[in-house]
Design a protein around this ligand. Structure first.
Ligand code: G1P
Ligand code: ZN
Length: 543
């Protein structure tokens, strides 16, 4: 088997975003496109000869083809071993766990997360480092720089490797190990949570539904819920991963997980509902006719953490992304532990967890996890909730309401305006920035502006600075509006408007979030000139 060195010319758009490089499938299928990016990664990480990698993806269209290319390139670039999930499948948290458990040099995760798949859909690739987490910015920036001056890539001339049987194959000098993608992960979950208590709960007639959205968590959820926890067959719906996710948008929120939402708010609703996204790192938690806001979910998990055996010793600290509500901060204060505020994206949590400063982390974007891996973890959050319900023996809604009564409620919502013309979105952000010096001290209805800034973060562990992480309008009473452009979209620009207000008074906690935030929503429109600048009357998605 010969190593071929292929001459290539750089693409100028291989800049990794919030979570790896995401592009439409036809972009990735251009000759040399995938190869160039993978070579740029291999050049930057400079793994010692014989190093081992994890490789797998969410099963979306182009997953298998990309895996074959990457295997042959890994062999030609001196890797000694690659662990691939059977069928090319590895959820993002499972990949993170495999890297950590087997002490691998790193891993490549093929996914565009919650973005739709199929021949015209999205594809993505992300490099994770040896701690199991997404590569930090200095690595992704170096990869981008390398991609711009790449002249050749290396690939082994060889037949495709079968991915469907567990076992080992040689590819040149490299060993390909096809592994069970589920077993290690399911064992990890069983070590963290009280499976016995959840099993008992399920025997009492407690009914749950898990919607895998035809994405990667299907096999994991079947093994864990229907296998190890004894939930009845059919508890997991849409459990077979499909290359196009059955035509759906595998994003677990009130808009895209509509079938689950309809069932959970319907006449014969189960007690508990949950869903995960394309690559298994997001989660949505629902009680009977009740939606748990992801920011609240983080706070509740933190407040109840010691109910789960894996967290019985308490938490070292909590971290949340800046746009995530401050509900978790209140819990941290009560527990007497630190709460860190990081930029959007999981990569910022890695250093804090590696340094032992943080145990649980979360983002408002339906992402929650802990230091058991270095990614967010959808099924972990679902199991944590089941563990809490099994121990407290209360409905989800009652648990959340009791939390609000104790800590106050952080009303929270995110309004997304998707596929905006890039110029309009950039213009809106610039306009806001320009207006910032004049806003402090001004009053809008019952809100007075205290401070406006462009969020910047200095990593407390390595001192690296990340700027331009979102425009914040902070009000005197702790309420805030944050404007941010998405770093994961593949079509035009997506504007995210994050809205938060704090309500200590329990008699107001029953309000609908959109109603409670109505005045802030209007102020956001006024400050940004949103309607005039984008022509949009309403958000594309409200979460
Ligand atoms: C979005 C979310 C962010 C999350 C990322 C990857 O990024 O907002 O919290 O980490 O997806 O799942 P964005 O599109 O906002 O850059
Ligand atoms: Zn995801």
């Amino acid at each position: 088997m010969a190593v071929r060195v292929i001459a290539t010319t750089p693409f100028n758009d291989q800049k990794p975003g919030t979570s790896g490089l995401r592009k439409k499938v036809p972009v990735f299928r251009q000759p040399h496109y995938l190869e160039n990016f993978v070579q740029a990664i291999f050049d930057v990480i400079a793994a010692p000869p014989g190093s081992a990698l994890a490789l797998g993806g969410d099963g979306r269209f182009y997953n298998r083809e990309a895996i074959q290319v990457i295997l042959k390139m890994a062999a030609a670039n001196g890797f000694g071993r690659v662990l691939v999930g059977q069928g090319g499948i590895l959820s993002t948290p499972a990949a993170s766990h495999v890297i950590r458990k087997y002490g691998l040099f790193g891993g490549l995760v093929l996914s565009a997360s919650h973005n739709p798949g199929g021949p015209e859909g999205d594809f993505g690739i992300k490099y994770n480092i040896g701690n199991g987490g997404p590569a930090p910015e200095k690595v992704t920036e170096a990869v981008f720089a390398r991609s711009k001056d790449l002249a050749e890539y290396r690939i082994l001339e060889a037949a495709d490797v079968s991915l469907d049987q567990i076992g080992e194959t040689r590819l040149g000098d490299m060993l390909v190990q096809v592994i069970d993608p589920v077993a290690d992960y399911a064992d990890l979950m069983e070590s963290l949570f009280d499976f016995g208590a959840v099993r008992e709960l399920l025997k009492t007639g407690f009914r749950m539904r898990f919607d895998a959205m035809h994405a990667v968590t299907g096999p994991y959820a079947r093994e864990i819920f229907e296998g190890r926890l004894g939930a009845p067959a059919g508890t997991v719906v849409n459990g077979i991963p499909l290359p196009d996710f059955g035509g759906g948008h595998p994003d677990p929120n009130l808009t895209y997980a509509h079938d689950l939402v309809a069932e959970m708010f319907g006449p014969d609703a189960p007690d508990f509902g949950a869903a995960s996204d394309g690559d298994g790192d997001r989660n949505m938690i629902l009680g009977k006719r009740f939606f748990v806001n992801p920011s609240d979910s983080l706070a509740l998990i933190a407040a109840n953490a010691t109910l789960a055996p894996g967290y019985a010793g308490g938490l070292a600290g909590i971290a949340r992304s800046m746009p995530t509500s401050a509900a978790a901060d209140r819990v941290a204060r009560k527990l007497g532990i630190p709460c860190f505020e990081t930029p959007t994206g999981w990569k910022f949590f890695g250093n804090l967890m590696d340094a032992g400063q943080v145990t649980v982390c979360g983002e408002e974007s339906f992402g929650t996890s802990s230091s058991h891996v270095r990614e967010k973890d959808g099924l972990w959050a679902v199991l944590f909730w089941l563990n809490i319900v099994a121990k407290r023996r209360q409905p989800v809604e009652d648990i959340v309401r009791a939390h609000w009564a104790e800590y106050g409620r952080n009303f929270y919502s995110r309004h997304d305006y998707e596929a905006l013309p890039t110029e309009a979105a950039n213009g809106l952000m610039q306009h806001l920035k320009d207006s910032f010096p004049s806003l402090p001290g001004k009053t809008f209805g019952r809100y007075s502006v205290k401070v406006c800034d462009d969020f910047a973060y200095t990593d407390p562990i390595d001192g690296s600075v990340s700027r331009n992480q979102g425009l914040r309008v902070l009000f005197e009473d702790g309420s805030r509006i944050v404007f941010r452009l998405s770093g994961t979209g593949t079509e035009g620009a997506t504007l995210r408007v994050y809205l938060e207000s704090y309500e200590p008074n329990p008699s107001q906690h029953g309000l609908d979030a959109q109603a409670a935030l109505g005045e802030l929503i209007a102020i956001a429109g006024l400050l940004s000139g949103l309607k005039a600048r984008t022509g949009r009357e309403a958000p594309t998605v409200i979460t």
